[in-house]
Design a protein around this ligand. Structure first.
Ligand SMILES: N[C@@H](CCC(=O)N[C@@H](CS)C(=O)NCC(=O)O)C(=O)O
Length: 195
């Protein structure tokens, strides 16, 4: 059984979404973290992540952390779900590139935008949006006609940072397509700690 260690409204929310897209059985363990704004109860002893962050995924005894690694692991493990181009597939390179880029480049670009003075658009942030817009020009998904785990990971990031995104054009249209997906809605229903 897969166990996802999850904190609401965090990077693990999109992993719930990915699990729902894949349709594999899993259980959630809600853990506490310290959020960027200082809220939250802080590190949770029950979290197996070496830094007490989320996401952390346990596949029986196998621990996987880092969002890109968790997404790659899950989509390959449940290859029937069709969300990962297989090794040898011509889309595999672009797919892996997007998965790494989202955390490695886009995340820091969003951080720069959040840290910028009023009205300033950091070049790295502008360049990142241009890259996404170009990729989606032919759409509907990052890999063209093919929906993949990279869309879930990018969609989760765009949704989290939606207030920084353009109000019109391909990015909001892409977000609207993503949030209409039943798996996204099921994930949102499981995000918060059950009452
Ligand atoms: N590079 C990591 C970052 C994980 C991360 O920072 N997660 C945040 C939640 S979005 C967290 O757990 N923060 C708690 C902390 O920093 O102690 C990944 O992509 O998985």
């Amino acid at each position: 059984m897969l166990t996802l260690f999850h904190a609401p409204r965090s990077r693990s929310t999109r992993i719930i979404w990915l699990l729902e897209e894949l349709g594999v059985p899993y259980q959630l363990r809600y853990v506490t973290i310290r959020y960027r704004d200082g809220s939250g109860e802080g590190p949770d002893a029950a979290n197996p992540h070496p830094d007490k962050k989320v996401p952390a995924l346990l596949d029986e005894q196998v621990l996987v952390t880092e969002s890109a690694a968790v997404a790659t692991f899950l989509a390959d493990r449940a290859s029937d779900g069709g969300l990962a181009p297989a090794i040898g597939d011509r889309d595999r390179g672009a797919y892996l590139t997007w998965l790494s880029w989202i955390e490695g480049e886009f995340g820091p670009a969003i951080g720069a935008r959040l840290g910028a003075i009023e009205g300033e658009i950091p070049p790295a942030f502008a360049a990142a949006l241009t890259r996404i817009e170009r990729a989606l020009a032919d759409g509907p998904w990052l890999l063209g006609a093919r929906f993949s785990a990279a869309d879930v990971m990018l969609g989760g990031t765009l949704g989290w940072a939606h207030q920084l995104m353009p109000n019109d054009g391909v990015i909001p249209a892409y977000l609207a397509r993503l949030t209409e997906r039943p798996a996204f809605q099921r994930a949102m229903a499981r995000d918060a700690v059950p009452a």
